[in-house]
Design a binder for this molecule. Structure first.
Ligand code: 5AD
Ligand code: SF4
Length: 442
C-alpha cells in the first residue's frame, strides 16, 4: 500500500486505534473528530483495546475525580501492555491540556499528550519516535474541514462552536479549550444534510456555550431555524446553553419550530445571588427566574434541567437553602449535581475553601434526594398521556421492548408494534419513575 501523507516508506493503512471517551458530549463529538482525522491518515477505529495499535483516552478536567479516574485507567493500560509491545498509549482532551507535558513525567510509559486544538497534528505525534505533547491552543481551529467518523444510531452530534469566553471562577474549560469560535453556518448546514443522508434522525448541536453561537451573520436562533428546515431530520436539540446567552431569537425559534425539542438545559449552579456573583456567572437569580417564566409562557410543554454546584467557597447554610428552594420553585425535570472541586489555574483556586467535605456531601445528598422525589412527581403526571418517541434501541430489561427519547428528552421504554428503530412512535405512558417513563405503542 502507498505511504500516506508523504511519510517516507511508512504505511499506516493497517493501523488501528481504540478511543475511550470521558466527560461531556463535546468530548464524544471530539472523539468522532479524532477518528476522522486519523481515518484520513489510514487508521481504522476498533472497539476492543486488545486489538489496537493506539490507545487514546479522551479526557475531562472539569473536576478532580474525573481526572483521577482517567489516571487510573491509563496506568492500567500501560501496566497491561507487554514488554516490547509497539502499542502506543496517550491522553487527549481537557485533562491533557490542563496538565500538559507534566503528564509524561507523572505517568511513566505514556507516549503522547494532545490538547483539544492539536488533533489535526495527531498523526505526526503518533509517528514520532519519542513521547511527545501537542498542547498548543489555536484561536482559529474549528476542524470545519474534518469529517467526523460518527457512531451509528438515530442521533448525530454536530459541534457548532468551540471554546468559552465566560471564565466562571470555578471552571477550567476556558483555559483548556480556549476562546469561543463559531463554525460558518453554511458549513454546518451542509454537514447537517450529510447527517440526514446518512440516516440519522436527530441532530444535537454542541458547544461549550452553544447559544452564544454567532458566525458573524447567523446567530443561534437563526441556526436553529435553518436546522429545522432540513428534510430527513425529525429533531433538533442542543447543549449546553448559558442562561445569560439565551436571546429572544433562540426562544422564538424554539417556540416556532416543531422539530426543535421543548427541552432546555439551563445551568443554575447556585440559588444564591451572593454565590452567583462570586462565581461571576453573569446573571442574577431574578434574571434567571424571568427567563424561566418567559420560556414557560412561550413553550408551555418545555422540560428544564440544570447543573448545581454545592460547597462553593463561602457558601453558607442560607445560600445552600436558597439553592434547594429555587430548585423546588423551578421544578427541574432533571439536575446534574456536583460538589465543588478546586481546579488549578482558575480564579476560584485562589479563594480559600470554607465548606468541609462532610458538609459538601450532606448538601449534595439532600439535593439528590429532593430531585429524585421531584422528578418522580413530574414524570408521574405524564401517566395516561401520549408522547412521541424516537425509537432508538432494544430495552435492556424488558425483552422485545424498545427505548427512546420523547421531545422533552425523557427516556421512554415501551412495548412496540414493530421492533424497527429510527421510527417516531406514539406511546401511551402507563407508569413512571424518576428516570424513565414506561408505556406501549398506540
Ligand atoms: N467543581 C464542580 N463542578 C464544576 N462544574 C464545572 N466546574 C466545576 C468545578 N470546579 C460543573 C458546573 C458546570 C458543569 C458542566 O460542571 O455545574 O455547569
Ligand atoms: Fe465553564 Fe462557565 Fe464557560 Fe460553562 S460558561 S464552560 S461553566 S466557564
Amino acid at each position: 500500500m502507498p505511504a500516506l501523507d508523504g511519510l517516507p516508506g511508512q504505511s499506516r493503512t493497517d493501523r488501528t486505534i481504540y478511543i475511550e471517551t470521558y466527560g461531556c458530549q463535546m468530548n464524544v463529538a471530539d472523539s468522532e473528530l479524532i477518528a476522522g482525522v486519523l481515518a484520513r491518515g489510514g487508521y481504522a477505529s476498533v472497539a476492543n483495546p486488545e486489538h489496537a495499535d493506539i490507545i487514546l483516552l479522551n479526557t475531562c478536567a472539569i473536576r478532580e475525580n474525573a481526572e483521577q479516574r482517567v489516571a487510573q485507567r491509563v496506568r492500567h493500560f500501560i501496566s497491561a501492555r507487554e514488554n516490547n509491545s509497539r502499542v502506543r498509549i496517550g491522553l487527549a482532551g481537557c485533562m491533557a491540556q490542563h496538565h500538559r507535558d507534566r503528564l509524561l513525567n507523572a505517568i511513566p510509559g505514556l507516549d503522547f499528550v494532545v490538547g483539544p486544538d492539536g488533533y489535526r497534528r495527531l498523526a505526526q505525534l503518533l509517528d514520532a519516535e519519542e513521547p511527545g505533547t501537542d498542547v498548543r491552543l489555536d484561536r482559529s481551529e474549528t476542524y470545519q474541514d474534518i469529517a467526523p467518523v460518527r457512531a451509528s444510531g438515530v442521533r448525530a452530534w454536530l459541534t457548532i462552536m468551540r471554546g468559552c469566553n465566560r471564565f466562571c471562577t470555578f471552571c477550567v474549560v476556558p483555559y483548556v479549550r480556549g476562546r469561543e469560535r463559531s463554525l460558518p453556518a453554511d458549513v454546518l448546514i451542509k454537514e447537517a444534510h450529510s447527517i440526514a443522508a446518512h440516516g440519522f434522525r436527530e441532530i444535537v448541536l454542541l458547544g461549550q456555550t452553544v447559544n452564544a453561537y454567532n458566525d458573524g451573520t447567523t446567530d443561534f436562533g437563526a441556526l436553529l431555524r435553518m436546522m429545522s428546515d432540513i428534510d430527513g431530520i425529525d429533531r433538533v436539540r442542543f447543549t449546553s446553553p448559558h442562561p445569560a446567552d439565551m436571546a429572544d431569537s433562540a426562544i422564538e425559534a424554539m417556540r416556532d419550530c416543531g422539530k426543535v425539542s421543548p427541552y432546555l438545559h439551563l445551568p443554575l449552579q447556585s440559588g444564591s445571588d451572593r454565590i452567583l456573583a462570586a462565581m461571576d456567572r453573569g446573571h442574577t437569580i431574578d434574571e434567571y427566574m424571568r427567563l424561566v417564566e418567559r420560556l414557560r409562557i412561550e413553550i408551555p410543554d418545555i422540560a428544564l434541567s440544570t447543573d448545581i454546584i454545592v460547597g462553593y467557597p463561602g457558601e453558607t447554610e442560607a445560600d445552600f437553602a436558597a439553592t434547594a428552594d429555587l430548585m423546588d420553585e423551578v421544578g427541574y425535570d432533571h439536575a446534574f449535581m456536583f460538589k465543588y472541586s478546586r481546579r488549578e489555574g482558575t480564579r476560584a483556586e485562589k479563594v480559600k475553601e470554607t465548606v468541609s467535605e462532610q458538609d459538601k456531601n450532606a448538601r449534595l445528598q439532600r439535593l439528590i434526594a429532593e430531585q429524585l422525589t421531584r422528578a418522580t412527581a413530574i414524570n408521574q403526571k405524564r401517566i395516561g398521556h401520549a408522547t412521541e418517541v424516537l425509537a432508538e434501541f432494544p430495552a435492556r430489561k424488558q425483552k422485545g421492548w424498545l427505548s427512546g427519547k420523547d421531545p422533552q428528552f425523557k427516556t421512554v421504554v415501551f412495548e412496540p408494534k414493530s421492533t424497527d428503530v429510527g421510527r417516531l412512535v406514539t406511546v401511551m405512558i402507563e407508569s413512571a419513575g424518576p428516570q424513565t417513563l414506561l408505556g406501549r405503542e398506540v
